[in-house]
Design a protein around this ligand. Sequence first.
Ligand SMILES: *Cc1c(COP(=O)(O)O)cnc(C)c1O
Length: 234
Amino acid sequence: MSSSIQDGQSSQQNSPIGDRIAQICSQLPTSVRLIAVSKQMPSAYIRAAYNVGIRNFGESRIQEAVNKQAELQDLSDITWHFIGHLQSNKAKKALEHFQWIHSVDNLKLAQRLDQLASELAVSPQVCLQVKILPDANKSGWSVTELLEDLPTLNLCKNLQIQGLMTIPPVGLRESEILDVFNQTSKLAESIQQQNWSNIQMPELSMGMSGDYKLAIQAGATMIRLGTILFGDRS
Ligand SMILES: *Cc1c(COP(=O)(O)O)cnc(C)c1O
């Protein structure tokens, strides 16, 4: 991703969106994977981002993503990340169209994905969505619930559990947001130290347009940026 941006080889054909994305990318540490959140954006925008080296895209609605993927079939090395709340009746489609699911937010969903992954002979990479602070507007495990569910999650052998995902509640101050990210990072570390055979915690999916710098400070490995790359969603 970064090489074609840093050497500027395609700068002449860049679109305005491409230029903006390349500019933001050039300021990110190389340890951080940028997920370009293209929800509500047309496939042409994804193509513009692709042309400046972006290969990871995030979508939050299955059917919308499937439609765009059909228009982008020639871009065969894109990695697709599902980041929205996943209803269990869409779980199969999610597995057919995404390599990563960041938003596995309850045990039942994890078990359903595990079962379907076995039937489809795939092994998706997943993050477990956790709520460090109570938040009625979001799904996800509380810390206590997650720790209780780890033994059962460890039995989901068809899932590659790779880390935690979190979204801080709206309305926090910067110091509180940073605290949420730091606590998520510590939680991942402590789970890693429990040495589960089928739960790894190298990835931290946290940080959006408004708070990604704080997330990086706290050790994010994947940031999910939409607005700052593509502009406002209507
Ligand atoms: C929409 C969305 C994003 C991107 O948000 P921006 O503020 O536009 O960067 C990131 N993560 C999730 C889960 C989202 O739904």
